[in-house]
Write a protein that binds this ligand. Structure first.
Ligand SMILES: Nc1ncnc2c1ncn2[C@@H]1O[C@H](COP(=O)(O)OP(=O)(O)OP(=O)(O)O)[C@@H](O)[C@H]1O
Length: 323
C-alpha cells in the first residue's frame, strides 16, 4: 500500500493566553491521498484556518504544535523555518480568500508569475518562464495573456486576481494546494466559474487539494472527501456524498441540516443555536455535548475518538443509538 501524501497524527495546537493554555487543535488525525480533494467545513472558530496554517508552517509566534504532519514521509513540524519557506510555493501552495494577500501590488502580474517559475525551476530560461506564465494564464481562462502580464494586480477584478493565484499554483505544481475560502469574496456567478475551473484543473494537477469552505454546495461540487471540524476536533470524515447525504455526527447533522442535490452551488452551513466552545476551561466529555440534542450521561465522560461507522468516521459515543 502506498503512503498517503499527507498524514497528520495527533496534531495538537496550543497557545498561552491570559486565561491559561488555549487548546486550538485537540488531536487531529487525518490523511489526504494523492490526487484527492478534501473539503474542510465547520463553524467559525472550529480550527480550520489553524489547521492549514500549521500545515503551511505559518503559525503566529506563541503557538505550539505537537504531533506530526508528514508530507511524503517528512514531518513538517520538525523542519526549521528556512526549510519550510523553501517548501512553500514549491511542494505546498496556498490560495487565499483575498488574492491581494499573496500578490504584490507594485509588481506586474507577469513579473510575479515569471518569478514563481524561476524560483521553482531555477534552470528554466527567462523566455521559457514567460511562455509558461502566459500558458498558465490561458489555462485559467484569462484571454489576452500578454496584456494581463503587463497589468498590476490592482487593475484586475477580484475574479481575475483569483485566476492569477490559481495560475501561480499551477506553475508551482505543488504536491498540496490549500485553498482557504477562495471564492467567499466573489459574487455567485464568478464563484461558480472559479469552482468549475478548479474542477477542470484537477486533471492537470497531480497533487491534492485541501479546500476550506462555508458552502456545502461548493464542497459537493468539488471535493472527494469532507472533514467536519468542531472545537479543534475532527468530528466526522467520509466521502463527500455520503457525509452530506447522511451525516452521522449530531454536529454534522445540525450543520448540514438542509437538502443537498447536484445543482445548487449556494448552500450555506446551517445556523446552530449556542456557540462554539471556548479554547480554555472546557468541561470533560464530548466537546459538542453542551449543544447536542442527543447528549446523554455517557457524553459527559470523555471526548470520543473518531471511529468507523457505516463507511464513515465519526466521533460520537451514541452513533448506534441515534442512527
Ligand atoms: N494565536 C492565537 N492565540 C489564541 N487563540 C487563537 C490563536 N489563533 C486562533 N485562536 C483561536 O483558535 C480558534 C480557532 O480559530 P481558527 O481561526 O482556526 O478557526 P476557523 O475555523 O478557521 O474560523 P474562521 O472560519 O472564522 O476562519 C478560535 O477560537 C481562535 O480564537
Amino acid at each position: 500500500m502506498t503512503e498517503p501524501l499527507l498524514s497528520i497524527q495527533n496534531l495538537r495546537l496550543t497557545a498561552q493566553t491570559d486565561r491559561g493554555t488555549a487548546s486550538i487543535l485537540r488531536g487531529i488525525d487525518l490523511t489526504v491521498e494523492r490526487g484527492r480533494i478534501l473539503g474542510i467545513v465547520g463553524e467559525s472558530g472550529s480550527g480550520k484556518s489553524s489547521l492549514v496554517s500549521t500545515i503551511m508552517g505559518l503559525l503566529s509566534p506563541g503557538l505550539n504544535a505537537e504531533g506530526s504532519v508528514k508530507l511524503d514521509g517528512v514531518d513538517l513540524l520538525t523542519l526549521g523555518s528556512s526549510k519550510m519557506q523553501a517548501l512553500r510555493g514549491n511542494k505546498i501552495a496556498m490560495i487565499f480568500q483575498d488574492p491581494m494577500t499573496a500578490l504584490n501590488p507594485v509588481f506586474r502580474v507577469g513579473t510575479q508569475l515569471v518569478d514563481v517559475v524561476r524560483n521553482r525551476y531555477p534552470g528554466v530560461s527567462r523566455e521559457e518562464a514567460v511562455k509558461r506564465a502566459s500558458d498558465a494564464l490561458v489555462k485559467v481562462g484569462l484571454s489576452d495573456p500578454e496584456r494581463r502580464m503587463k497589468d498590476y494586480p490592482g487593475q484586475l477584478s477580484g475574479g481575475m486576481r483569483q485566476r492569477v493565484m490559481i495560475a501561480m499554483a499551477l506553475l508551482c505544481q505543488p504536491d498540496i494546494l490549500i485553498a482557504d475560502e477562495p471564492t467567499t469574496a466573489l459574487d455567485a456567478t464568478i464563484e461558480a466559474q472559479i469552482i468549475d475551473l478548479l474542477r477542470r484543473l484537477r486533471n492537470e494537477f497531480s497533487g491534492s487539494i485541501i479546500f476550506i469552505s462555508h458552502n456545502l454546495g461548493t464542497v459537493l461540487q468539488l471535493c472527494d472527501e469532507v472533514a467536519v471540524m468542531y472545537g479543534g476536533h475532527l468530528v466526522e470524515l467520509g466521502a463527500v456524498r455520503d457525509v452530506l447525504a447522511q451525516p452521522l455526527h449530531p454536529y454534522s447533522r445540525a450543520l448540514i441540516g438542509c437538502e443537498i442535490d447536484d445543482q445548487p452551488l449556494d448552500v450555506p452551513l446551517a445556523f446552530i443555536p449556542g456557540k462554539v466552545p471556548e479554547t480554555v476551561d472546557n468541561p470533560p466529555g464530548c466537546i459538542f455535548a453542551p449543544r447536542c440534542n442527543y447528549a446523554a450521561e455517557v457524553c459527559t465522560r470523555v471526548m470520543p475518538p473518531l471511529r468507523a461507522f457505516e463507511g464513515q468516521l465519526a466521533a460520537c459515543a451514541r452513533l448506534e443509538d441515534i442512527t
